[in-house]
Design a binder for this molecule. Structure first.
Ligand SMILES: Nc1ncnc2c1ncn2[C@@H]1O[C@H](COP(=O)(O)OP(=O)(O)O)[C@@H](O)[C@H]1O
Ligand SMILES: [Mg+2]
Length: 241
């Protein structure tokens, strides 16, 4: 498999406290990659580093062999739930249209074609009936659908999502996974922080097990085993029964 995202010796700290050290990673193009690890493992830090939202101490992040800064338009980012202000006055359609600004710049008004693309994306996520609803009124699952619709409207090649299945209903979970698999068929790549251990094999084909550094990475069938999971969830935290 061809490598899409390459991370070389990434080191990140918050006020001197290390969050990620010596992270080396290859994420294959057209994969559904899960990033898995305990709370505080640095999963969100890793994702924010890829999105250039955090300045690392050192390290290199490339997309197709070039600095990630050149590829940000190709990436759609769905942040972790708590990091988004949902009281912001905006309709569902407004939020999805934001996906179009990546291509147009912030000063051009969206045109009819942008609206059609946004509505199509809402249809894919079965949210078109909610298009004029305020986002503050939506449930957790509906908000996650809207965010995925925005990413689809962006026509991104790479979807980076931080715990998109956290705190949502099972119908939305199944829909997100179905859409992810369908978009993979169209050539898209997914990098998803995933908090459920029991669904990794069903939902993903590649995985990175992380706890401050990479414990294991590779095809799910090769690396998803008890020994690697224990290393990440028990040994590294100093917890032994
Ligand atoms: N903005 C921040 N300032 C200081 N420490 C932070 C900040 N963000 C995260 N951390 C710390 O860095 C570590 C990794 O956090 P995070 O990347 O959010 O982990 P995960 O997403 O795997 O739960 C944790 O110990 C967390 O407390
Ligand atoms: Mg996190």
């Amino acid at each position: 498999m061809e490598t899409l995202i390459t991370i070389k010796d990434l080191n990140v700290a918050y006020q001197e406290k290390p969050a990620l050290w010596h992270v080396n990673m290859s994420i294959p193009a057209n994969s559904r990659t899960a990033i898995v690890g305990p709370n505080g493992a640095g999963k969100s830090t890793l994702i924010k580093s890829i999105m250039t939202l955090i300045k690392p101490i050192s390290g290199k992040i490339d997309i197709d062999g070039k600095d990630v800064r050149h590829a940000l338009k190709r990436i759609a980012y769905v942040p972790q739930k708590g990091e988004v202000n949902w009281d912001f006055p905006a309709t569902v359609l407004d939020v999805v249209l934001m996906g179009r600004y990546v291509h147009k710049g912030w000063f051009k008004r969206p045109n009819r074609q942008d609206s059609e693309i946004a509505l199509d994306a809402l249809k894919t996520m079965k949210m078109e009936a909610f298009r004029n609803r305020q986002i503050s009124e939506l449930s957790g699952g509906q908000r996650q659908r809207v965010f995925l619709a925005r990413a689809i409207a962006q026509n991104a090649e790479i979807y980076i999502m931080d715990e998109p299945l956290q705190g949502i209903d099972i119908t939305t979970e199944k829909l997100i996974i179905d859409v992810m698999k369908a978009l993979q068929q169209e050539g898209k790549t997914f990098v998803v922080v995933h908090h459920q251990l029991d669904t990794v094999e069903d939902y993903f084909d590649h995985a990175v097990i992380l706890n401050k550094t990479v414990i294991a990475q590779g095809p799910v069938e090769a690396i998803w085993n008890e020994s690697n999971i224990e290393k990440a969830y028990y040994e590294m935290s100093g917890h032994h029964d």
